[in-house]
Design a binder for this molecule. Structure first.
Ligand SMILES: Cc1cc2nc3c(=O)[nH]c(=O)nc-3n(C[C@H](O)[C@H](O)[C@H](O)COP(=O)(O)OP(=O)(O)OC[C@H]3O[C@@H](n4cnc5c(N)ncnc54)[C@H](O)[C@@H]3O)c2cc1C
Length: 263
């Protein structure tokens, strides 16, 4: 995102502000906070939306009890096993934030998060309030145009990958994965150059073409929840949400929903 190299190659910015920003942080899971974690997070992450276009992403990060990565498989570098935490991220339209949110310190950011979540489930608010202040940060989301040519430059010795070419908000949970996919693809094409069966321009051309086949869809999918946020942020959307959401928040493809309890 905001890559000067990619912008210079493209002759234009490769992404623009998405109109939605977020505050993210981590809450250590302790004997006090763990019982507050909603049961619906047991199978995986959840993303919910409420009145005013405020969204909340929650996921439990507990590498020691998880089975995703076996530490013994880390043979070249030592495994880093982080202590268990609840990772949370609040999303809201840019207009919901005070001026200069980047200047706020972590304690103010957590306080602001509490303000944005007024009316949400009390346990969820207590969890956010118990965050490690050092972990809280503000993020302004950017997005590439999913229909644009991501790499409008001749294939040569310089190209770009990841957020530099297809920035997307984290609302699809796909941005880093897409960057890693790009890197894997480019490495695969460059291995053919090393093997003598391809050239740098051909390898880069093939990488750019193959990347374009999936990156647009990832950006589009990630932007969808932002459209819901925009709709829920209108007066009509907020009224409709107040009627419908006490029982169910709109769930994104990432997972399930949890309850917004009213004012
Ligand atoms: C709050 C939040 C939550 C997210 N959640 C998810 C998620 O759940 N799933 C997901 O897939 N993605 C998620 N993402 C997105 C993910 O973090 C990014 O898509 C991913 O990091 C992009 O990788 P990248 O390598 O393209 O860019 P970056 O990670 O931005 O890496 C670029 C690197 O280049 C370095 N750099 C910049 N300029 C220079 C320079 N001149 N010289 C040398 N180095 C330089 C930077 O310091 C940086 O280390 C989230 C992002 C945010 C902000």
């Amino acid at each position: 995102m905001g890559s000067r190299v990619a912008s210079a190659l493209a002759g234009r910015p490769t992404s623009t502000p998405a109109g939605v920003s977020g505050i993210a942080g981590r809450t250590p899971l302790t004997a006090v906070t763990r019982p507050l974690v909603p049961a619906l997070l047991t199978p995986g992450p959840a993303l919910a939306f409420g009145p005013g276009g405020v969204g909340l992403f929650l996921t439990v990060h507990d590498p020691e009890s998880g089975t995703e990565v076996d530490p013994s498989s880390c043979t070249e570098v030592p495994a880093i096993i982080e202590p268990p935490s609840l990772v949370w991220g609040v999303l809201a339209p840019d207009g919901a934030y005070p001026d200069g949110p980047r200047e706020l310190d972590a304690t103010a950011l957590i306080g602001l998060t509490g303000d944005l979540l007024r009316g949400w489930d009390a346990d969820v608010r207590a969890l956010v309030d118990a965050a490690d202040p050092a972990s809280a940060a503000f993020f302004g989301f950017h997005a590439a145009d999913p229909d644009a040519d991501f790499t409008p430059w001749p294939a040569g010795a310089v190209t770009a990958l990841g957020d530099a070419v297809h920035a997307m908000p984290p609302t699809g949970g796909m941005a880093a994965a897409t960057a890693i996919r790009d890197a894997d693809l480019l490495a695969e094409e460059l291995a053919l150059v090393q093997a003598g069966t391809s050239t740098i321009p051909l390898a880069v051309h093939r990488y750019q073409r193959r990347m374009a086949a999936y990156a647009g869809e990832a950006v589009r999918t990630s932007l969808q929840p932002l459209r819901w946020i925009e709709r829920l942020a209108t007066p009509a959307g907020t009224r409709a949400a107040r009627i419908a959401l006490p029982t169910l928040a709109a769930a994104a493809r990432l997972g399930r929903a949890f309850t917004w309890t009213g004012d």
